[in-house]
Design a binder for this molecule. Structure first.
Ligand SMILES: [Zn+2]
Length: 351
């Protein structure tokens, strides 16, 4: 098995993907983008009723079906009301850190198809105007979207197409540095989407066949915990490719590494499958650039799939991501290590 991985493809695809709007449950643009990328590769995609996209690749053996999932959705906001001054009251979609998005631009996707630029602001927004602008707690009740338009009333906002139930994506502000670092919102989980697309590209170009029939899945509800709530009956193993963490509890993890998640907020992953993933990392990844983790503050679609009663073994791994759910930071090395692990798993390493 070759390990040539095109770093430019990974970063270009990551950039293209983060620039496609896909806050939780808002899939039209992401599906259109993915359909185009997959069509160029000669891959067919199917979509289930839960708006999860699948690409199926036949393996050497049909003894079992394995599934690798990378979620398309990002954290975002849904409009829950419109204030008298035309600012929009919101509710979080996923684990928003309001401090991190203050001042950030966003796009409000209206139900009639229109899109309106917005900015996330605090109600006590300016140090020159409010004595407590620094100290006021940033919560769902103090933060709002201010439309970037001449809006002074709820009627003005509604005239632009905004209603309760419109959703907002936070602008990614992708920055790529010459030394391989990337800073952008939504590296979670679009870096994994880029990795899986490159695995598909590699399968096509190399003529390699997976060890088992393999589904590549792209759900759109991970950030609210149900992207893996339904998995096709044929699937025996569901492996989420999602961010791993950097910080005091994550020894050996940095932006150059891939982590195998052994347990998370919802409990342990399947013992044997996780050991298989560890064996894949030992075989395929750069020594010192992989680790095992217990991600006890979050969970993935694979554990969601198990918890919702699907008859699957669950596993998870992915690129380490700094400053998660903020302006996230990663390095292309972590994407490369993640792809090495993904290819090894697909090819049946460690069995
Ligand atoms: Zn994620």
């Amino acid at each position: 098995m070759t390990h040539d991985i095109d770093k430019d493809y990974l970063l270009d695809t990551l950039r293209a993907c983060v620039e496609v709007e896909s806050p939780v449950g808002y899939y039209p643009e992401a599906h259109e983008w993915l359909r185009g990328v997959l069509a160029e590769m000669g891959c067919e995609m199917t979509v289930d009723n839960n708006a999860t996209v699948y690409v199926r690749v036949s393996g050497k053996s049909s003894e079992k079906v394995v599934c690798l999932g990378a979620h398309l959705d990002t954290i975002g906001l849904v409009v829950r009301g419109i204030n008298d001054d035309g600012t929009l009251r919101v509710r979080q979609l996923g684990g928003i850190n309001y401090h991190s998005i203050e001042g950030e631009t966003c796009t409000v996707h209206c139900r009639d198809g229109r899109a309106v630029a917005g900015q996330v602001i605090c109600d006590h927004h300016s140090t020159h105007v409010f004595d407590d602008a620094r100290s006021r707690e940033r919560t769902e009740d103090t933060m709002a979207i201010s439309l970037v338009a001449d809006v002074a009333s709820a009627a003005d906002a509604r005239a632009l197409g905004v209603t309760e139930g419109a959703v907002a994506g936070i602008d990614p502000h992708f920055e790529r540095f010459d030394n391989g670092y990337v800073i952008s919102r939504h590296i979670d989980d679009k870096a994994a989407v880029a990795v899986l697309l490159d695995v598909l590209r590699w399968l096509r170009d190399s003529g390699e066949r997976p060890a088992f029939d393999t589904l590549f899945a792209f759900p759109i509800y991970e950030e609210i915990g149900r992207g893996g709530s339904w998995v096709p009956d044929e699937v025996d193993e569901y492996v989420a490719v999602d961010i791993t963490l950097i910080g005091p509890d994550y020894a050996g993890s940095d932006e150059h590494s891939v982590g195998v998640i052994c347990s998370d907020a919802k409990g342990p992953y399947d013992w044997e499958l996780t050991n298989t993933l560890i064996a894949c990392a030992q075989e395929a990844c750069t020594p010192g650039h992989w680790n095992t983790q217990v991600c006890f503050h979050y969970s993935t679609d694979a554990n969601a799939a198990a918890l919702h009663g699907n008859d699957i073994a669950a596993g998870a791994f992915g690129m380490a991501c700094m400053n998660s759910h903020g302006r996230e930071r990663c390095h292309v090395d972590a994407l490369v290590e993640t792809e090495r692990l993904a290819r090894a798993y697909v090819m049946g390493c460690g069995r």
